[in-house]
Design a protein around this ligand. Structure first.
Ligand code: M6R
Length: 612
């Protein structure tokens, strides 16, 4: 997730670009850059780090009179967050530049092909291939060249293109990544998100997939990327205030991030799984087949929500790759007498890549000879730098302290990793892998479809239960970690005491807590432990506990014994952890909201825990 801003009109370019970038900084902040035309060529200024660094670097250009240009704030996906990898990226001549948000899936093969044709690459990014591809097709029609280049590229993009020979025109295009255009008399804007436009205009056009736009001071023309045909679009009026707009109209970042999960999951498997073939591509794993084939054990190291992701990953890896897995809390692992050697693969899981305990555990495992493959959301973070390889989650920046989209992206990365290991160790056929890939690919659509209904149901549940002081969450097998995660979400943002338990453990202690005041949240999909879960629910009922269940649509038996039930689609058992997580996040969110809590920044918590 990155932020793009573009402008052409009559205002001084630097203030429009910098103002817009500041409003989009929540989308990415590891490096930034701007470009504008001046005296027949393009000036390009890029810096590593936050926007304040870019502002300093622009001091000497304050006097520019240019009134067109592009800006970008980056959240790295391909290539470290360095100045060299910061956008805008240029072609060989430096006359054409591109800013991009998204992932070009076939960038590697395009880069090889363009290099063979004589193009010189200066960054490690996937974006730079677009600049060279456009250069390849460019004669005198920039729009046609962009169209041809995009026909060669697969993946996701929102792009802005500027060519020194047409300094009064910007070209934009979109496929699977957001881009909104703003219009006003004598000027036109593009941006990844509405907040960047609000100081100037409230008249916007949301570009759809497969559409491109030609922006100039005299207006905006929208065309089809494939055919070049004109497209009529409606101009919409935005009524949000600035803070609502930063959150795309959502009340909190947490809610926005819950709703972003279909995209975060898709971006994490995009380009790594090949439908219909069973092929899994993880070139970034950093360890070879010889290491994978001699593995005797895998150890997951993580804290909090990331630890819960590891608990789910254990089931997949043990089932599919047949490798024993231990899931360690990093804070415990580092003080244990460890049995770790070169036949153990250590997998630290961390959203931030900076968690002190996880990092310390990584270093100890490395000293003992273990290979390290991390799962992480932040490119270039310390954990990734100290790992042999990293399977990145492409969730984009997560601002809410409570982890939501990072968790389901970690599950996605683990799902893919488990299939990869199974294939490498010949423990799974192509056919079986292909079936699992198909199931994974269906997930974003399933979640997207059910989100609004789940949200409505969770609002009602919150009205009913927000005054309760204790909750118990129960699940079995793949849903046990999801019960832990549901309880963690509730306690961290609503300050209600909540515990997650393996349902079979209830009779060994927690059952003593159950009375008419105690809501018990039971996760009951139609899997092989369904009957066992039903018995647990009955045990709660017979002690007059309040039963809130999450189960299959149409499960009348479950509905009958529940005080309230959230219906979930009947999916393949292996993707249930993703599905059942989402309503639990929404329930925690709505309860916290009803209690008037600060959902995005709960008390005593930090987003990145860099102390022990
Ligand atoms: O950045 P990490 O994934 O290493 O952070 C680990 C935990 O601090 C984190 O998952 C925490 O539990 C969540 N913010 C809870 O929602």
């Amino acid at each position: 997730m990155c932020g793009i801003v573009g402008y052409v009109g009559y205002r001084k370019i630097l203030s429009v670009l910098m103002d817009g970038l500041k409003r989009l900084e929540y989308r990415g902040y590891d490096s930034a850059g701007v470009t504008w035309p001046e005296h027949g060529s393009l000036v390009r200024v890029r810096t590593r780090g936050k926007l304040s660094r870019l502002e300093e670097a622009l001091e000497e250009h304050r006097g520019t009179d240019s009134t067109a240009g592009l800006g970008h704030t980056r959240w790295a996906t391909h290539g470290e967050p360095t100045q060299q990898n910061a956008h805008p990226h240029s072609d060989c001549t430096g006359e054409l530049v591109v800013v991009h948000n998204g992932i070009i899936e076939n960038y590697y093969s395009l880069r090889e092909q363009l290099t063979a044709e004589g193009h010189k690459f200066k960054s490690e990014t996937d974006t730079e291939v677009l600049a060279h591809l456009i250069e390849k097709y460019l004669q005198d029609d920039i729009e046609a060249a962009v169209r041809k280049a995009l026909a060669d590229a697969s993946g996701a993009y929102a792009i802005g293109v500027l060519w020194a020979r047409r300094p009064d025109v910007l070209v934009a295009a979109r496929k699977h990544s957001p881009l909104v255009l703003g219009i006003s008399e004598g000027e036109a804007f593009m941006a990844s998100d509405v907040p960047a436009l609000l100081p100037y205009t409230r008249d916007v056009i949301f570009l759809d997939d497969g559409e491109m736009a030609i922006l100039s001071g005299s207006g905006i023309n929208i065309r089809s990327v494939t055919t070049g045909d004109d497209i009529e679009k409606t101009v919409q009026q935005i009524s949000w205030d600035a803070s609502m707009a930063e959150k795309a109209g959502y009340k909190h970042f947490m809610l926005k991030e819950i709703y972003e999960q279909p995209d975060a999951i898709l971006n994490t498997f995009r380009g790594r799984v090949v439908p219909g073939t069973g092929e899994i591509r993880l070139p970034e794993i950093g360890i070879g087949r010889e290491v994978i084939s001699r593995l005797k054990r895998i150890v997951f190291l993580a804290c909090g929500t990331s630890w819960h992701a590891g608990l789910v990953g254990k089931y997949w890896i043990e089932k599919w790759a047949k490798i024993p897995v231990e899931v360690d809390l990093a804070s415990e692992f580092r003080y244990r007498d460890l049995l770790i050697d070169q036949d153990v693969l250590t997998i630290p899981i961390s959203q931030s890549g900076e968690t002190a305990d996880t990092l310390a555990g990584l270093r100890i495992a490395k000293e003992r000879g273990s290979s390290i493959v991390s799962i992480c959301n932040v490119l270039g973070s310390t954990i990734t730098r100290e790992s042999d390889g990293t399977v990145y989650t492409h969730a984009g920046p997560e601002i809410g302290v409570a982890s939501t989209k990072a968790f389901t992206s970690q599950l996605t990365a683990l799902f893919i990793l488990a299939l990869f290991l199974a294939k490498e160790r010949n423990a799974m056929t192509d056919e079986d892998a292909s079936e699992k890939i198909g199931t994974l690919i269906s997930l974003p659509g399933i979640i997207e479809k059910h989100l609004p209904e789940w949200h409505n149901q969770c609002r009602d549940l919150a009205d009913e239960f927000y005054t309760k002081s204790d909750f118990l969450y129960l699940g079995r097998h793949l849903q046990f970690p999801i019960a832990l995660e549901g309880a963690l979400k509730l306690k961290e943002i609503s300050y209600i005491h909540a515990e997650g338990y393996a349902a079979g453990e209830m009779k060994h202690g927690p059952i003593a807590l159950i009375d008419r005041n105690m809501p018990v949240v039971a996760i009951v999909p139609g899997d092989h432990v369904y009957e066992k879960m039903i018995s647990n629910v009955e045990e709660v009922k017979s002690r007059r506990g309040i039963v809130i269940t999450l189960g299959r649509e149409g499960d009348e038996e479950l509905k009958r014994i529940s005080n309230a039930m959230i219906a979930c689609p009947d999916a393949e058992a292996e993707i249930n952890p993703f599905i059942y997580t989402v309503p639990l996040q929404l329930m925690a969110y709505e309860i916290a909201l009803a209690r008037g809590c600060d959902v995005d920044q709960p008390r005593n918590l930090a987003k990145s825990v860099t102390v022990e």
